[in-house]
Ligand binder design. Structure first.
Ligand SMILES: Nc1ncnc2c1ncn2[C@@H]1O[C@H](COP(=O)(O)OP(=O)(O)O)[C@@H](O)[C@H]1O
Ligand SMILES: [Mg+2]
Length: 438
């Protein structure tokens, strides 16, 4: 089939350093052949480049220093990609697409990428949005309240069933429901804060919202950086997990500032299909190159802990959209985002793999000795890495006690127990031997 190329021209707006108001950063042109993106260009505005606090819209493919060196520099996405990573991150990859398709009565993945970008709305992930002119105002959009959760869950169920959501419910629901990830979810307001609400799914093998929340709280017990979470048990028995948005900052008067976020996929200049060729150490190196001043060492250690924790709880959904970086203007660099989307995966068989490569010794194999073999790349001496592994193992070993404390029923713990392997099955002994030898 031969398609005509169409061009989507928009001004990219960005909110800087937690500000509520966005400013125009530059002009994007996105070319499409039918519904397929064929290429993009971006040019920064001169006024934007003169701002002392300007942030790169996309740090890897639109660097500010290059833009400042030659006037009206035209940027293009990394080799092999039709979209800039940071622009791709501003549209949903899965769930939010289903919501937009339901609104526009379109087939799954049946719309051009620009339609998803255009409809992701003012509450989308991160600090970007797209407007027709440099003076166009922000799109309005009142977020729903936690009190409306049961309506939101009803709308989400209709979307999963492929049924059109009635107009009135759509108005309430669609404002905050255009997030990415596969699970149904919506952004809402509660207690003056913005939260991602993650919903249950009929085919879930266990109570995912309750277990995900407990797992994130377990990560907090291990000393990791986790947003505030809240369990919500609806009167009809359905459970929802609320996790506070790390890319929104509550401001006086009920307004919210935005923080600029890019996925690890974007930072590594990768396409979705390449995710299995990436390693945790690549992310550690990225922190070394682009990390915020004063936080590089701490963020590398945090990343090492996340890798070890994923091994301990069998979270093998650790792909490059489940790691993100947040721009820190004051410290002129990128911070590893707070932790999100960590769920134990019960399974038979003891040999397990993560999505991202763990260590030089054994690739993606999910063992603690493999993690230890990578310690140096995270800036850790062997004995410090062993200490971390031991500390996390000791906490996770008590997961049932903690999960009970976090309100997970025993029957739910029984369903996920195979996610937690015995220490000897994951190389804890080898790790301890390594430190005795040293
Ligand atoms: N607490 C949060 N703050 C900001 N953005 C978040 C938060 N949690 C998730 N996200 C964003 O939403 C996307 C989907 O959420 P995620 O928890 O990964 O859902 P799923 O389980 O469906 O993959 C993430 O990739 C991330 O971009
Ligand atoms: Mg996810």
């Amino acid at each position: 089939m031969i398609f005509n190329t169409t061009t989507w021209s928009k001004y990219v707006f960005i909110a800087l350093e937690g500000a509520a108001e966005s400013v125009p950063a530059g002009k994007l042109e996105l070319f499409e052949e039918g519904i397929k993106p064929a290429g993009s260009t971006f040019v920064y505005g001169n006024k934007y480049l003169q701002r002392a606090n300007a942030a790169a819209v996309d740090p890897v493919s639109m660097p500010l220093d290059e833009a400042k060196q030659s006037k009206e520099m035209v940027f293009q996405p990394p080799a092999g990609l039709a979209l800039f990573g940071a622009i791709r991150d501003a549209a949903p990859d899965s769930w939010g697409r289903r919501v937009i398709e339901n609104m526009l009565r379109a087939a799954p993945d049946g719309l051009p990428e620009t339609e998803y970008l255009a409809h992701a709305g003012p509450h989308r992930t991160g600090a970007l949005d797209f407007r027709d002119s440099p003076t166009a105002p922000a799109e309005p959009g009142k977020l729903p309240d936690a009190k409306e959760l049961s309506y939101l869950l009803d709308a989400a169920a209709m979307i999963q069933d492929g049924k059109p959501v009635p107009k009135k419910l759509q108005l309430l629901f669609s404002v905050g429901a255009t997030f990415g990830g596969a699970r149904p979810k919506a952004v809402l307001l509660d207690n003056g804060r913005q939260w991602v609400a993650k919903f249950p799914v009929a085919r879930d093998g266990f109570n995912v919202p309750v277990v995900e929340r407990a797992t994130l709280e377990l990560a907090r017990k291990c000393g990791m950086r986790v947003p505030v979470t809240k369990p919500v048990h609806l009167p009809d028995g359905r459970d929802v997990m609320l996790i506070e948005r790390f890319d929104r900052v509550p401001l006086p008067g009920g307004a919210f500032g935005k923080r600029h976020v890019v996925s690890a996929l974007t930072m590594l200049k990768m396409h979705e299909s390449d995710t299995a060729s990436a390693n945790y150490t690549d992310l550690a190196d990225l922190l070394g190159e682009r990390g915020a001043t004063g936080f590089v060492a701490a963020d590398k250690v945090e990343l090492f802990k996340r890798m070890v924790f994923n091994i301990l709880v069998t979270n093998d959904d650790d792909h490059l959209r489940n790691h993100a970086f947040v721009w820190d203007g004051a410290n002129k660099g990128w911070r590893l985002s707070d932790l999100y989307d960590v769920v134990p995966k019960p399974q038979v068989g003891s040999e397990r793999f993560l999505v991202l490569g763990v260590g030089p010794a054994m690739g993606r194999l999910a063992t603690l000795d493999n993690a230890l073999s990578a310690a140096g790349r995270f800036g850790l001496l062997k004995h410090a890495a062993v200490e971390i592994i031991q500390q996390l193992s000791a906490v996770v070993r008590e997961w049932r006690t903690y999960f009970e404390e976090f309100g997970v029923p025993k029957a739910e713990c029984d369903k996920i127990t195979s996610a937690f392997r015995k220490p000897q099955a994951i190389g804890l002994r080898e790790v301890e031997k390594a430190v005795q030898k040293a």
